[in-house]
Design a protein around this ligand. Sequence first.
Ligand code: NAD
Length: 367
Amino acid sequence: MSGIDNYSRRDWVAEVGSQSAMPILRMTERLEAFRENFGANLQFQRGNITDYDTVANMLRHHQPDAIVHLAEMPSAPYSMIDAQHAVYTHQNNLMGTLNLLFAMRDITPDAHLLKLGTMGEYGTPNVDIPEGFFEIEFRGRKDTLPFPRQPGSFYHLTKVHDSANIMFACRMWGLRSTDIMQGVVFGTRIDAMGDDERLVTRLDFDQAFGTAINRFCAQAAIGLPITPYGKGAQTRGFLPLRDSIQCFTLALETPPEEGEYRVFNQFEETYVISELAEMVREVADRLGLNPEVRHLENPRKEMEEHYFNPDHSKLLELGYEPTHDIKTEIEAVLKDLIKNKSRIEARSESLLPDIRWDGTRRKSDYR
Ligand SMILES: NC(=O)c1ccc[n+]([C@@H]2O[C@H](COP(=O)([O-])OP(=O)(O)OC[C@H]3O[C@@H](n4cnc5c(N)ncnc54)[C@H](O)[C@@H]3O)[C@@H](O)[C@H]2O)c1
């Protein structure tokens, strides 16, 4: 088992004026903790997958049966800052995935590519969302076609382009891939970590890299108001980190056929953002934090009230057992964040958004 990362996440978060709320140890210490807990050596290399030779050498050396590809710039606001950030996001995400597809074709054509896409690829159409494909009848003829994608940021567009590239590579070269349309992830732990603090994952709370529940918990932990954007009636699929890892495992245990490109919608349940804010408030109250919920002017351009009904049965059919206890997950996050309160307080400015979809930089006012 081996991994590669160029540590760019740390640089992006520093660039937007923040840091992980959870302190992250040096990689050598984390690898040692992994060896002690799981009795296996995880090899790791610092490298950039936008360099073709780096990717090809890695596949040649390790000859993997499966490749889990997470290595992309994952922030919608970061990709919307200006032309340079949009171009960087496209270069980083599309080049890395293309390099991987070509290297797989030439070196490990039988490997299973498990690639992270996002539920954000679909946008919020006024009809149900299937898992990747739908049957359509048009002017008397029928076909099964990719469901239309209507993403809401240049980051999400990179995922759409990746999906098209991967589907093409499966069709042309017989590669096999699972494209995971993942909902918004939150949480700090998975069961396998036990209570070894050296293995905890980072948790970002800034306007660009903090996802909704993580950011709400960070606000509650330091006594700031919890701030849904706009009306807060946006609906999205969410899942705890532990569910995300459970789903990856299931997908890897049941690889697709040669030439198959399959799409899984991966989330525990859909939630309305303002209801999540209330849930965080309720759990925070129980822990004696008593935060208020205050809506902020929305820095994004998005529908604030809309229909949203995506399918998510394929992973359930493979045996996915959703956590379904989101408040317990929120409590665990809050407890972790309370322990690291000073790290959030030191960068609390980064919680309030000023990256706007219209290109201006202005802090949002309370509504
Ligand atoms: N977190 C979420 O809510 C969420 C939701 C849907 C999809 N996703 C997708 O899941 C994946 C992981 O997301 P995350 O939130 O854990 O992000 P992350 O930033 O923590 O993980 C991505 C990792 O890839 C590395 N990386 C980026 N570009 C690289 C390159 N060119 N070469 C080598 N390493 C590189 C980064 O340093 C980082 O450690 C991403 O592809 C993201 O788009 C995340």
